[in-house]
Design a protein around this ligand. Sequence first.
Ligand SMILES: Cc1cc2nc3c(=O)[nH]c(=O)nc-3n(C[C@H](O)[C@H](O)[C@H](O)COP(=O)(O)OP(=O)(O)OC[C@H]3O[C@@H](n4cnc5c(N)ncnc54)[C@H](O)[C@@H]3O)c2cc1C
Ligand SMILES: NC(=O)c1ccc[n+]([C@@H]2O[C@H](COP(=O)([O-])OP(=O)(O)OC[C@H]3O[C@@H](n4cnc5c(N)ncnc54)[C@H](OP(=O)(O)O)[C@@H]3O)[C@@H](O)[C@H]2O)c1
Ligand code: SF4
Ligand code: SF4
Length: 473
Amino acid sequence: MPYVVTQSCCSDGACVVACPVNAIHPAPGEPGFATAEMLYVDPVTCVDCGACATACPVDALLPDTKLTDKQLPFIELNAAYYREHPHADRTPLALVPPHRESDTLGLRVAVVGAGPAGMYAADELLKLPGVEVDVFDRLPTPYGLARFGVAPDHPRTRQVIELFEKIEREPGFRYRLDVEVGSDVSLDELRVGYHAVVYAVGAATDRRLGVPGEELPGSVSATELVAWYNGHPDAAERDYPLDTERAVVIGNGNVALDVARILTAEPDRLAETDISRRALLGLRGSGIREVVVLGRRGPAEAAFTLPELVGLAGLDDVDVVVEGEVAVTDAKTGILADIARRTPVPGRRRIVLRFNRAPVRVLGDDVADGLEVERTEVLDGRAVLTGETERIDAGLVLRAIGYRAQPVPGLPFDERRALVPNDGGRVEPGVYVAGWIKRGATGYLGTNKTCSKETVDRLLDDLDAGLLRVPAH
Ligand SMILES: Cc1cc2nc3c(=O)[nH]c(=O)nc-3n(C[C@H](O)[C@H](O)[C@H](O)COP(=O)(O)OP(=O)(O)OC[C@H]3O[C@@H](n4cnc5c(N)ncnc54)[C@H](O)[C@@H]3O)c2cc1C
Ligand SMILES: NC(=O)c1ccc[n+]([C@@H]2O[C@H](COP(=O)([O-])OP(=O)(O)OC[C@H]3O[C@@H](n4cnc5c(N)ncnc54)[C@H](OP(=O)(O)O)[C@@H]3O)[C@@H](O)[C@H]2O)c1
Ligand code: SF4
Ligand code: SF4
């Protein structure tokens, strides 16, 4: 009865150290860990002790006998990883971080942003003796996208918040919520009060398509819609044109799948989640029967991850339709090809995955009523336009083409990559970045753990080198 990693894995690697027989890979430090969509249990090595399940913050590890029908594909996905990446070494990893002699007694750090990166940074700092960490957030509610991004129908993923609640109970931790750094308090003021400032402010805005009609009412960013259904204070009062039969989502990432699922979910199922009550009311009155999700490249290049695709394929209140031929080259295209062979059930809501279509313009006079797209071919991994256009009627056009960080007052900003330029998290001695403002808007909740650890290591390097200014008070 081996354990199996399932779709809610956020790749933080916590299970790896807990496993007594080194059965979970890729492990931190191994090739592929930094970009892993999920980790995998080796069914041959696993001795069924359950230690990994206790360590996992999101309950992603389950015995193979406890899986629901829609989780069953994960048995094969876990096992397949080891056929492709056999590993002979069964010795426990016992990852012991190198011991640092840093003199941290009285070290005071301001962390700006109480999202995953800020909370993991605080956790790393509070492992050290005598450190005090003040965590600022512009909102009265902490946890960033773990609270206001993760889809409400992914309750196990949201359990990561319980881990953050443990961090905030650590001695030396203090919140400064409802305080916006840059307007309520400046970087200069923070530098007077703290030895170091770690910015973990995330990437709050959306990327733009740059096509005509993008500004029309009814043409909306997924960033806004996600904030709306999660009750983010900046977006809670908005309303969206849901009195339409079809919505179209531009983009092929996990956020595109999130919004497509929420727009087609049975409202009674959503009512069991902590979706915003206003959004639930809106969705109860929604006329949407079909959501078309558009990839500008092909199935093989889709940015959504395998675990999220398996979750989508397992939905039982909506039909998932894959249009066109899918050449099977890996596990993801294999699942897409399986979906393509399904027969839709008449009358059900549908999510249609349509590939090789690039947006040309949002159509409509006063409000969006459709999208013009151009067919593409993929050449050397790039989408090449073919000149063949078509119209998709839709009263709601959503762009889910990625998040984008905003410049941070007082810090340099790389406009092209939309991040604060840094060296392993160091901007200059005393000022650091972690999370999406450091790496750009990619990666899972757990990716920020490794990222914030690297940043704290740079901070300690500067402390050891005597480069941190002593605060005035
Ligand atoms: C829609 C969506 C769904 C996602 N779902 C998943 C998922 O299911 N599983 C998964 O593993 N990953 C998921 N992710 C990815 C994950 O959420 C990110 O990797 C992670 O949240 C990035 O962490 P962060 O701390 O850098 O940024 P954020 O989570 O954005 O946190 C930044 C924090 O900084 C605060 N802040 C900003 N500016 C200031 C300021 N000037 N002063 C004070 N505070 C400020 C913000 O209020 C916020 O609380 C999702 C991402 C998105 C966009
Ligand atoms: N459950 C989860 O684990 C979860 C959930 C949500 C988000 N996340 C993570 O959060 C991060 C952000 O997710 P995301 O979905 O916002 O971004 P993303 O993964 O970067 O996907 C962006 C998508 O938009 C497409 N795109 C970009 N510009 C476009 C344009 N001009 N026209 C048409 N399509 C365009 C991209 O296509 P190309 O590939 O062709 O550029 C890509 O398919 C990701 O790392 C994601 O995995 C994780
Ligand atoms: S159940 Fe035990 S042996 Fe199996 S993967 Fe988890 S920790 Fe390792
Ligand atoms: S979320 Fe973390 S602890 Fe849980 S399975 Fe994934 S890597 Fe392991």
